[in-house]
Design a protein around this ligand. Structure first.
Ligand code: MG
Length: 282
């Protein structure tokens, strides 16, 4: 199933499930409330009867998480290499995943224009990523059990103000500016993606491919990420884990390529779809 959050013409926003070219509304106030239900209770909240045509609604981010998006830095070898090269540093691969977070206020909708401030950074960059959505409260999850705590998957763009990322001792500020966490266009339920480690992932800027890889190239695979993150730390339904970006990001290019106003970005992930956003920098 593909889960969305949609806005009707009258402004009402609610979650739903796509059925063909329509949406079956879900009657919880928000997707987060739906995910907090026990899995076996969820179907009772799918509205009988009414279907809302997809034409005539606007898709919002499928989920507004209640807390920071968990992100993984340097989780693709070629991206770790290009980053070290661009910064003139020796490549050192970590033994454990490098976790950092983005503020939930950075979440943005599919197809939205992202409003970025020119006076905050001249170095906005893109990062195509597979997002994992947690479906149950869990802690100390073993790798062999990790797939059972996943509700579904979505596409994510970990937009980064590179100079701000570097200026601060850690990455939070440069990763948390408003409109720098587009998520969507929907969440695909985990049953429809039996192997999330074999998905093609690509990024296009104004139609030109900049990133192309496969989730098979992750250094730390999804079960390891969930096991490490949940060690001694409770994960909640609706938590989002962005699993890292492959090579080809703007700052590591020669010469570097940063986002410009009017740019159209597309994150495409096999089995999920295309997350498209336009950049406005002023
Ligand atoms: Mg990233």
């Amino acid at each position: 199933m593909r889960f969305v959050t949609f806005r009707r013409a009258d402004g009402r926003t609610q979650p739903g499930v796509i059925e063909g070219d329509a949406i079956r509304p879900i009657t919880t106030p928000a997707m987060l409330d739906y995910l907090r239900l026990a899995p076996h209770e969820r179907i009772a909240w799918h509205a009988a009867g009414e279907l809302v045509p997809l034409t005539g609604v606007t898709l919002e981010a499928p989920l507004r998480p209640s807390r920071n998006v968990f992100c993984v830095g340097r989780n693709y070898l070629e991206h770790a290499k290009e980053g070290a090269r661009a910064l003139g540093r020796e490549l050192k691969l970590p033994d454990v995943p490098t976790f950092f977070t983005k503020a939930p206020s950075a979440i943005a909708a599919p197809d939205a224009v992202l409003h970025l401030q020119a006076d905050v950074s001249p170095e906005y960059d893109f990062e195509a990523e597979l997002a994992v959505i947690i479906g149950v409260r869990c802690k100390n999850v073993r790798e062999e059990d990790a797939m059972h705590v996943i509700f579904g998957y979505s596409a994510f763009n970990d937009i980064t103000a590179r100079d701000v990322q570097r200026a601060h001792g850690q990455w939070f500020k440069g990763k948390s500016l408003d409109d720098t966490a587009p998520l969507g266009p929907w969440i695909v339920s985990a049953d429809e993606i039996p192997d999330p480690q074999s998905l093609a992932i690509a990024f296009r800027l104004n139609g030109v491919e900049k990133q192309r890889s496969t989730t098979a190239n992750m250094i730390f695979r999804i079960p390891r990420l969930i096991a490490e993150l949940s060690r001694g730390m409770t994960l909640e339904p609706g938590d989002v884990i962005a699993t890292g970006t492959p090579e080809g990001v703007g700052f590591a290019r020669t010469p570097p390529e940063f986002l410009r106003s009017g740019d159209v970005m597309e994150v495409e992930i096999e089995g999920i779809g295309i997350l498209r956003n336009t950049v406005s920098i002023a």
